[in-house]
Design a protein around this ligand. Sequence first.
Ligand code: FE2
Ligand code: FE2
Length: 274
Amino acid sequence: MDTRAAGWAPCPGDDLRSAAAALLAFDDPCTKARTVLQSIDPRRRPCDPMAAIAPLRVGRSASPRLVCPRALRPRPVHTVEGRAALIHALAHIELNAINLGLDIVARFRGLPVAFYTDWCAVARDEARHFLMLEAHLHSLEHRYGDFPAHDGLWEMAERTRDDLLARLALVPRTLEARGLDASPLIRDKLARAGDARGAALLDVILADEIGHVATGNRWFRWLCERDGRDPLAAYEEMARTYRAPPPRGPFNLQARRQAGFTEDELAALARAAN
Ligand SMILES: [Fe+2]
Ligand SMILES: [Fe+2]
């Protein structure tokens, strides 16, 4: 029997990091998201920061077809098809975000228990986001997998797989923070096209994503402090070494401030964008 397809869940006694590794390997996106919600509750599971985890495998469904970003042409949002394509792209990002949350928990050893519980909470939020968007996609007569997608977010995870400081710098503090900038624009686009439900979902997601970037900022600073590094200089070094995409405004400064970026960091961002 394919236990993953049948909704297998980690055993109750499994520790949080082993459970995250098991969930990462789920192929079916909806089963993965539902099982994440049911089975990585840090209040009900022990956490062993030093547990040895077998090599990680990321489960994938046969669809969507992955293409290079340039092959994805934006479709007009005033059509149902166009809105469905946009919601699908967001659902794809959320699925990658579930994987990123599970991966950071399973991959990186020896951190405080709070590190793992924080990122499990993020993975659970991402699972909720995915399922909300998938349900909305159904109301538009589509399902996840119907449109092609690109894999930029996961490529960044691969690039930073051996370096936690780089992972935190480039994923939550760069790519997810870009999501904070993009979210209000997409929300308004959906609202103007008459998709009130889609716009409301974007509001819920933005509020949660501010928390995710804040989690990234908190642990990035914690690591910098532990290793005696200056956060601003460390970020610049990571962005250069791991080829962060160049920043592009307009920036959602209010959301970025709420997520814990300092005025010095926001000034550096503005300089780098010019
Ligand atoms: Fe999300
Ligand atoms: Fe997120």
